[in-house]
Design a protein around this ligand. Structure first.
Ligand SMILES: [Zn+2]
Length: 61
């Protein structure tokens, strides 16, 4: 049993912003109310955060 082609923690997830696929272990994760989002890095995470903040503003009062 020395199969190296076996998937070892290399799940790919898609970045919410640029749609690039990155390993789940390296992805930045944001938990929204009912689902989890993944980002390829802080740049995209930041973009999403700013976007969601401006959307949240419409929600409050
Ligand atoms: Zn990205």
């Amino acid at each position: 049993m020395t199969d190296t082609s076996k998937n070892v923690d290399t799940d790919l997830v898609k970045c919410e912003i640029c749609l690039k696929e990155v390993p789940k272990s390296e992805a930045k994760v944001a938990e929204a109310q009912e689902y989890v989002m993944h980002f390829c890095g802080l740049d995209c995470y930041d973009k999403w955060q700013k976007k969601s903040e401006s959307e949240a503003k419409e929600d409050s009062q």
